[in-house]
Write a protein that binds this ligand. Structure first.
Ligand code: 2AM
Length: 188
């Protein structure tokens, strides 16, 4: 199965994104826009993995994330990967400060602990909203993005989700949660 570790997003964020999704698809229809229900933050892409790794990964992450508490994260500014006129991907930042960095670090340690290869690219916290597979010219992304009310919305990050991803030709991938690990609030 194809899988990744992610943060699921609150409905408020998905609803605000739904407006951008409509505007974006109208203005830049040749891009692949992420459907609002699929919007997420990738903590770590795993790729094709054996289904048997699911419980081992859960246990490893439970160990590595011990002591990490829920935290507030905020949707940041829009940006793009790749060239200015022909970006590969359009996204919004997602800022969670030191706590998000620590969580990403714990996730990487857990993935390594079960024997998967090391991630070589640095973690860049972003919510991908569109992919530009055909290398289209994209001039008005920032204008479109600033017309929506996504930046500044916040949510409490309380769990990490292992999602499987089923790729479907000509359609959005189908993401299914396999497990969720809650960050424990320390009452003491
Ligand atoms: P992206 O949002 O930056 O494209 C599911 O495919 C998630 O895993 C996406 O959010 C994607 O990040 C991320 N991902 C990371 N590396 C990937 C890879 N090599 N192939 C596909 N998706 C990858």
């Amino acid at each position: 199965m194809r899988a990744f570790l992610a943060l699921e997003l609150d409905q408020t964020i998905r609803d605000a994104y739904a407006q951008l999704y409509a505007a974006g698809r109208a203005a830049l229809p040749r891009l692949s826009w992420v459907s609002p229900e699929n919007l997420h933050l990738t903590l770590r892409f795993l790729g094709e993995v054996d289904a048997g790794l699911e419980p081992r990964l859960f246990d490893a992450l439970e160990r590595e994330a011990k002591g990490l508490e829920p935290f507030l994260a905020v949707v940041g500014e829009p940006g793009a990967f790749g060239s200015r006129q022909h970006p590969r991907a359009l996204w919004f930042g997602f800022a969670g400060g030191e706590r998000l960095s620590r969580l990403a670090h714990a996730v990487e340690s857990a993935v390594r602990a079960i024997g998967l290869p090391k991630e070589t690219r640095p973690f860049r916290s972003h919510l991908t909203v569109a992919r530009n597979r055909r290398g289209e010219r994209v001039d008005d992304w920032l204008e479109i993005a600033r017309g929506c009310k996504l930046s500044g919305l916040s949510q409490n990050v309380e769990r990490v989700t292992l999602l499987s991803s089923l790729l479907q030709r000509g359609r959005s991938p189908q993401y299914s949660p396999l497990w969720r690990l809650s960050l424990i609030h320390d009452e003491s």
